[in-house]
Design a protein around this ligand. Sequence first.
Ligand SMILES: [Zn+2]
Length: 473
Amino acid sequence: MRNRFDHRTRVLLLTVSVLMPLLSSACGTGRHADPAAIVLDGERPGHLRRAALQRVVDGRPSPERTEALRAAVADPAFHLADHRLALFELIAEDERAAEALAAAIVVTLPACAWADELCAVAAARGWMAMRGPIVRRIASAEPADGSSAARQALVALSPGASLREALIDILGEAGEPAPVRVDAWVLLVRLAGRDEAKRWLLHASPDDGMLGALHRAATELGILPATRDEIIWVASLLRDHGEMWRRWANLVSTLDKQQQEGLALRHLRAIEIGCDPGARSDLLAAVRRDLARAEHHVSASHVESAGVLTIDAAHGLDTLPWGELVMLRVLQTALHDPVVVRSLLAQAEADRLDETSEHGGLLDHHTMTGAGSFQAVAFPPQPGRARSDVSYQVSTDMIERGYTALAQYHFHAQRRDNRAAAGPGPGDLRYAARSGAACLVFTSVGRGRLNADYYARLSDGRVCIVDMGVIER
Ligand SMILES: [Zn+2]
């Protein structure tokens, strides 16, 4: 018996001695391994990283500790309490470095309690380095104008009593980085309204680069750019298309007050092509007559969506500014041009056969009259940039050439009968809102038949959609 007991004891001891190193190494990942390394290791489960953070906080100052604290401030794997704990440890170490870190991450953090708290901390501690990034955060917020915490922080960080004054303060500082001032302008137009923004602009110093460009757009072209993309558009016209600018400025100077109302950059080329479109009432009647005759397919799902104004012969047309009516009339003419129709049908067929991407291009006008006075220039998808058969990536080249063209277009032509996908999708509408461009989407609705929809951002921020009807050979 005794021998057998000894044998069992020996087996037990042997087992324990084999297991011990395994057990101790398992404990080692939790207790003895470097906690900073665990915090920084994105492969580890979140609960282990969060547990390690407390040991980092309790540890002595070191570069590794600082690095782990910075990770815990920014990494969404940590909870709100962890972010806060890590941030205040960093503030105790070096407040300027903590401020710079907060400024770097606040632009890109998703809408969350932590982003709001960072803004509140910035306001309470007077972190001026956060002011520009908070402007950028508010301007980029979808769909609203950022959280109230962000707006309150901006006011707290600026002299003056209101958000508008805070934005005007930033616009007046030539030393602020260009993207911050661009976003401050975008916010001013959105929050204070076009009229107030314009009044302020006309009194601002036109010597300054960005404000000077905005000032010239307002006084010479009658345009108030309202998005980042439109400000880039104005800068490009001033830099590369001086002759076009002068022609357009001359044209605008001949328009009456009512014609200048609601004028957008995209209208200028259309007005130039449309030459003398006559009285508003005649123009309206011509656009309406053509729309009433056309066969329509635009998806009914748009009718109810917020921020979208669906316009047809019977609804909404008379609310459009004169420039938009000229645009619609010129597009109606272009879409009746047999050369344009042939070209678009061929491009749609190429799109249908290409399963890697949608296709698109630019619609513009020549100087001659009659058939072929318009042209649809394809900008085939760039190799390596295509994302999928249901998206079209507009190239930089196309954007730049589009600044002086009539309209941009792309196809929904994955199959011959693609009626279910007629009209612009949500991504298309966002693009139109951002770019301010005149956009067309051509949907294949049968062999040799394309339904055309026009969509563009109106001055009140909504995107209008107009089903232009079907074009066919
Ligand atoms: Zn589309």
